[in-house]
Design a protein around this ligand. Structure first.
Ligand code: SF4
Ligand code: SF4
Length: 179
């Protein structure tokens, strides 16, 4: 399939209820206020360094009801949650929060990129988002730095168990629709 064909929107992809679903969730209420001015994209620090990440586009896809397209999109996970877009939006759209809502919906379908699954596994195992190499620990010692505080994965596990987090990171959703 050519790139143009891939981008073409088919009526079968549109879910008219999607925007209402988002608007019912905390942070998604003002989704329909967006008039596509592009301020969020032009001020977004991630969009500056990416050819594909465009918050304005994500908002538009959500408004149009392109559920699968937006939830399957890997770019959804590039947002750094800096809230610049939310601060600058002339329509008061909580862009960063809409993206969080979309990520939550994506995660419920099992669409979590591998890198985040690995990060989650590391938190569960060590209490840290990244496994800190032994060599780095030794280097701290030679520099006279104190040891890092121990993570508390037991407590983290207990909390995450309650919210069904394990099922989310274990499940692998079948990607459907276009990217
Ligand atoms: S800044 Fe606000 S109104 Fe403008 S495109 Fe982004 S979300 Fe829409
Ligand atoms: S919160 Fe996300 S979308 Fe908004 S400006 Fe920051 S990185 Fe960009």
């Amino acid at each position: 399939m050519s790139e143009v064909e891939e981008k073409r929107i088919k009526s079968s992809e549109i879910d008219p209820k999607f925007k209402y679903e988002i608007a019912q969730m905390h942070g998604g209420e003002k989704l329909m206020r967006c008039f596509q001015c592009g301020t969020c994209t032009s001020d977004c620090p991630i969009a500056k360094f990416s050819d594909t990440y465009r918050p304005r586009q994500i908002i538009r896809m959500a408004q149009l009801g392109l559920r699968d397209r937006v939830l399957n999109s890997d770019t959804l996970w590039l947002c750094a949650s800096c809230f610049t877009c939310t601060d600058r939006c002339p329509q008061d759209v909580e862009v960063a929060s809409v993206i969080r809502v979309l990520r939550n919906l994506a995660a419920q379908k099992g669409f979590v990129p591998q890198v985040f699954r690995e990060q989650a596994s590391s938190i569960l195992e060590t209490g840290y988002a990244y496994k800190i190499p032994e060599l780095r620990m030794k280097k701290r010692e030679t520099l006279g730095l104190p040891p890092l505080p121990k993570g508390n994965p037991k407590n983290i596990r207990k909390t995450l168990q309650e919210v069904g987090f394990f099922k989310l990171i274990e499940s692998k959703g079948e990607k459907s629709g276009g990217k």
